[in-house]
Design a protein around this ligand. Structure first.
Ligand SMILES: NC(=O)c1ccc[n+]([C@@H]2O[C@H](COP(=O)([O-])OP(=O)(O)OC[C@H]3O[C@@H](n4cnc5c(N)ncnc54)[C@H](O)[C@@H]3O)[C@@H](O)[C@H]2O)c1
Length: 278
C-alpha cells in the first residue's frame, strides 16, 4: 500500500533532488513507475543524478530561494508532464550563524530552507488542489527545528519555520471541501548525505543512509501520517520523544531557555532521559 498520489504514471517533483535524501526519494519513486523531475541549483550534481536514473528524469536548474525560478520550474514541469502528484520541498543548506552573527548566513539559510519551502507552497499548492486528484506535499524539516540545539540558530529558525508552515498547510488543506492534497513533514535523523560528507569524509556508524530515510517517509505516508520523524543508528523514537518533551517542558516549568544544555540542569536532564528512554 502506498499513499494514493504515489502511483505509476503520476509525476513527482523533488527540490534539492540532485543529492542525498531528495535523490534517494526520487530514485524510490521512479522504481514505483512515477515520472520524475528534480530541481537543484548544482548543475553538475543534476547531471550525475540523471545518470543514476538512465536519463529518465527531467532536471531543472533552479534556485528555490528565487520565486521567479520556482515559477519557471512549475512551467517547465507542467509543459513536460502536464501535472504534479508529489511535491517535495527539500532543498536545504546549513551553517547560517549564531543568534547575533553572520547576517549574510542568516539570509542565505532562511532564503533556501524557509523561503524555498514557502515559494514551493505558493507556486504549487493551488495548482495541485485544482487538479482534483490525490496529491502529496512533503516539506523537509529537521529535529533542530523542534529541539533548537545550540550551534546554528539560523538553521534552527529556518526548520522551526518549516515545521510551522507545514502544520498550518495540513490544517488548511483538510478544511477545504473535497481537497485531495495531503501535507507531510519529513524530519530526518542524522543522515549521511552531501550536507554531511562535506565535513565528515567517512560515514559515521550512527548515521542512516538517505535510502533509509526515503523508505521511512514512504512508509509513514502510506500509513496516512503527517509526521515522519526518522530515527538513526544512535537515536531511538523513545530518546527523540524524551528530548522533545524536555524541550517543551522548558516553557511549562519556566526553566531557562535550552535548559538541556545548561550546566545547572545536567543531572536532572540525564535522569529524565534515563526515566523516559531506557
Ligand atoms: N543529512 C541530515 O542529517 C539531515 C538532517 C535533518 C534535515 N536534513 C535536511 O534534509 C534536506 C536534504 O539535505 P541532504 O542532507 O540530503 O543534503 P544534500 O546536500 O545531499 O542535498 C541538498 C541538496 O539541496 C540543494 N540545494 C541547496 N541550495 C539550493 C537552492 N537554493 N536551490 C535548489 N537546490 C538547492 C543542494 O545542491 C543539494 O543537492 C535539507 O533540507 C536538510 O536540511 C538533513
Amino acid at each position: 500500500m502506498n499513499h494514493p498520489a504515489i502511483k505509476e504514471g503520476r509525476v513527482a517533483l523533488v527540490t534539492g533532488g540532485a543529492s542525498g535524501i531528495g535523490l534517494a526519494v526520487a530514485q524510490k519513486l521512479r522504481t514505483q513507475g512515477m515520472r520524475i523531475a528534480i530541481a537543484d541549483r548544482d548543475e553538475a550534481a543534476l547531471s550525475e543524478a540523471a545518470e543514476t536514473m538512465n536519463g529518465e528524469v527531467l532536471t531543472v536548474l533552479t534556485d528555490v530561494s528565487e520565486l521567479a525560478e520556482v515559477e519557471a520550474l512549475r512551467d517547465r514541469v507542467i509543459d513536460e508532464y502536464g501535472e504534479i502528484g508529489f511535491l517535495m520541498n527539500n532543498a536545504g543548506r546549513g551553517f547560517g550563524g549564531g543568534a547575533f552573527s553572520s547576517l549574510n548566513g542568516w539570509q542565505q539559510v532562511l532564503g533556501v530552507n524557509l523561503w524555498g519551502v514557502i515559494h514551493g507552497l505558493q507556486t504549487f499548492t493551488q495548482l495541485m488542489i485544482d487538479q482534483g486528484t490525490p496529491c502529496a506535499i512533503v516539506n523537509t524539516g529537521s529535529k533542530q527545528g523542534i529541539t533548537n540545539p545550540p550551534g546554528d540558530a539560523a538553521y534552527n529558525v529556518s526548520k522551526a519555520g518549516v515545521r510551522s508552515v507545514t502544520e498550518s498547510l495540513a490544517h488548511e488543506l483538510r478544511n477545504i471541501e473535497g481537497c485531495q492534497v495531503t501535507a507531510h513533514l519529513l524530519v530526518p535523523g542524522f543522515t549521511y548525505t552531501g550536507l554531511i560528507k562535506r565535513h565528515i569524509p567517512e560515514k559515521p556508524t550512527g548515521a542512516w543512509d538517505p535510502e533509509q530515510v526515503a523508505d521511512y517517509l514512504l512508509k509513514k505516508m502510506a500509513m496516512e501520517k503527517f509526521y515522519a520523524i526518522c530515527l538513526d543508528n544512535d537515536v531511538s523514537t523513545e530518546l527523540d520523544n524524551a528530548r522533545i518533551l524536555w524541550n517543551t517542558n522548558d516553557i511549562i516549568e519556566e526553566r531557562p531557555a535550552l535548559s538541556r544544555w545548561h550546566p545547572d540542569y545536567e543531572s536532572e536532564f540525564n535522569e529524565f532521559i534515563r526515566e523516559h528512554a531506557s
